[in-house]
Design a protein around this ligand. Sequence first.
Ligand code: SF4
Length: 246
Amino acid sequence: MRSPVREIFVSVQGEGPYAGYRQIFVRFPKCNLECLYCDTPKEWDMSNKCMIQITPGVNEFKEFDNPLSNDQVLEIIKYYNKIHSVSLTGGEPLLYARFIKELKYSRYPLYLESNMTLPEGAKEIKDIIKYVAGDFKLKTHCDFKGQYEKVFNDTARSFSILRKSSFRDCFCKMIITKDDEKENMLHALDQIKGCLSTLILQPVTPAEKISEPVPVKKVMEFQEAAMDVIEDVRVIPQTHKMWGCL
Ligand code: SF4
């Protein structure tokens, strides 16, 4: 089986409770959403090469033709050592759930970074994912084209499929912008509270389409309210952007 892959590199996880761990990142292209704060370039087609990092921490890459086979991906990632886990990221990796399942990779645990809006993909790989870093998008994050209720329900379903268990950790990362309302955050949290170990509130990193940061007071109020629903609620911004890490 083959899949397009945007890049493969080693870096340090910059978000959530596993921030600081050394990971292999397998970044898939394309996403089914268009969040206002997205920092992944949208344009991509099969003529784009897959960029493979040669030395961790150094911006030197080898180019591979897309799409890559399972064997090519396995061959590439076996050269990286002392790794906590393999982050499947994007774009949206659940668009490639079948390919991920067919990888049959077992050396390091798999860590899924997903927008959680594709429950069928979640079902496909639920038995092989050890860490789930799942987003819950609030209604101001994207133009959902009148489909937010479906996105909301699909997200809740994906969390239920990939919920924490004796085998798997599952946490939710909610980005908070200045336009978000506490009630919307609590409504989302209510659907998934039994699936999570931790809720991460991530203050939005200002980007092209969202230039204003969220006030600290607002984030603290969100945290206080969320702690009535789930015990472990942490505020963690994107740490990799602080030190120029990939
Ligand atoms: S879900 Fe992630 S990759 Fe997709 S548009 Fe939103 S921020 Fe970008």
